[in-house]
Design a protein around this ligand. Structure first.
Ligand SMILES: [Zn+2]
Length: 459
């Protein structure tokens, strides 16, 4: 079955074919580790995980590379302001390196809780300074960079097709909207730093020697350098959020193709924003929600994963607590239905439901339609064993923890009541077992009796 994926570059849903089947090279832009990631960031990572799992379902072998930005990402996309890592360090009285370590670990823990498959290569920008310097040297040899008093800049006018990912109109908008007086040494508003010199007035914590003077790499150069190191000069898919299209990814193309004169990426794929009160969730806007905030309100991170699957990745997704509550309820119902299905090893899933599920994913990863086919199947008269078989396959993509018993801890009091109730039932003292069930219910624990004995879950 062919797989169609929307390509930002062609603005079309194209049939996906990797360069070297069945291998697929996939690069996804990772976090800048100066603070906790918010759930808006995780929407993109969940989309990328569904992409990766779907590629596997369609018979491809994926090599997934993700970067960790731990230097060079400035507070303004116009190559001005301070390094976000230094700002994070100053805020917390720690070094940029300590901040990077802390928030990288927090990010990876969040990814585990969202059931995101770990990348095959997780590469830090600070571990790849020589590769970035080498790429800048190649650009310099081709006359594509020029020097100003604060760094080395890419001369975008010398790269034909600079605007092709985002569109000419948008680039013209950048040029017209450029503030007067903002870095007068730049030849064009779209030119961007590939190397910045250490500021003379202030001692930076992170700097490296280079042929042009000590300093640090620009944010965009790390992704071009590391993607090509691990996936080759031309590879299959590069992903990120839609906010990466106009600057970060546009600049990545200019750097890579400027140096190699070969196509850099065959499919560019971008996830739309998560919006809260009709604005994009962003750190700069304040009021962002982390996974820890969700957990504090009684949500499982996988409830949020379910929520992400309710919208197509190219449509904006609303974040409200009510909507998240609805996703939590849906996931709980789906889990209960899954756990209640009999295991029957010989039962194959029925072909029509399997087909509907795959067709949905083949149509540019239509997760809401795939989810709908799961609900249709559960409502159908299909035998329990077949349903379970289908759900086990669907779970390879959905990864909603459908077959896992809730890993919540019970209080010692609840444990005592549960074992007293099991004893009461074994002794057929149903009056006592009913009373204990009511006591547990009052503690927020629901007990059900099954053939395998009593089962519990939290309300
Ligand atoms: Zn990137």
């Amino acid at each position: 079955m062919p797989l169609f994926l929307f390509n930002t570059l062609t603005r079309n849903k194209d049939e996906f074919q990797p360069l070297h089947p069945p291998e697929v090279g996939l690069y996804t832009c990772g976090p800048t580790v100066y603070d906790y990631q918010h759930v808006g960031n995780y929407r993109t990572y969940v989309f990328e995980d569904v992409l990766r799992r779907s590629l596997r379902l369609f018979g491809f072998k994926v090599r997934h590379v993700m970067n960790i930005t731990d230097v060079g990402h400035l507070t303004s996309d116009a190559d001005e302001g301070e390094d976000k890592m230094e700002v994070g360090g100053a805020r917390e009285g720690k070094s940029a390196r300590d901040i990077a370590k802390l928030y990288t670990e927090a990010f990876l823990e969040d990814c585990r809780e969202l059931n995101l498959l770990p990348p095959d290569v997780l590469c830090k920008a600070t571990d790849h300074i020589p590769e970035q310097i080498e790429l800048i040297s190649r650009l310099e040899a081709k006359g594509l960079v020029y020097r100003t008093s604060d760094g080395l800049y890419y001369d975008t006018a010398r790269f034909p097709g600079y605007s092709r990912l985002v569109g000419e109109d948008h680039v013209r908008g950048i040029e017209e909207g450029a503030r007067v007086g903002a870095n007068p040494e730049k030849k064009a508003a779209t030119d961007f730093a590939v190397w910045k010199f250490s500021p003379k007035d202030k001692k930076r914590h992170m700097e490296w020697a280079s042929p042009w003077g000590s300093g640090f790499p620009g944010w965009h150069i790390e992704c071009s350098a590391m993607a090509m190191k691990y996936l080759g000069e031309t590879f299959d898919i590069h992903c990120g959020g839609v906010d990466h299209i106009p600057i970060h990814h546009t600049n990545e193309i200019a750097q890579a193709e400027g140096a190699t004169s070969k196509p850099f990426v065959r499919w560019w794929m971008h996830a739309e924003f998560l919006v809260m009160n009709s604005a994009k969730m962003a750190k700069s806007a304040g009021g962002f929600v982390t996974l820890a905030d969700l957990k504090a309100r009684g949500f499982d991170p996988l409830d949020y994963r379910y929520h992400c699957l309710t919208a197509h990745y190219r449509k904006q997704l609303d974040f409200t607590w009510e909507a998240l509550e609805a996703s939590k309820t849906s996931r709980r119902r789906l889990r209960e239905a899954s756990l209640g299905l009999q295991e029957e090893k010989s039962a194959p899933a029925r072909a029509d439901f399997d087909r509907a599920f795959r067709d949905s994913l083949a149509d540019d990863l239509n997760a809401p339609a795939a989810l709908a086919s799961v609900w249709d199947m559960l409502r159908s008269a299909m035998p329990s064993g077949m349903k379970r078989c289908f759900l086990e396959q669907a779970e390879q993509i959905l990864a909603l923890g459908l077959f896992k018993e809730e890993a919540t801890e019970l209080s010692p009091d609840a444990e005592r009541l549960l074992s007293a109730r099991a004893r009461a039932r074994a002794e057929k003292d149903y009056a006592l077992s009913d009373k204990l069930r009511a006591d547990l219910d009052a503690m927020g624990i629901i007990v059900e009796d099954t053939k395998q004995g009593q089962k519990w879950r939290k309300k």
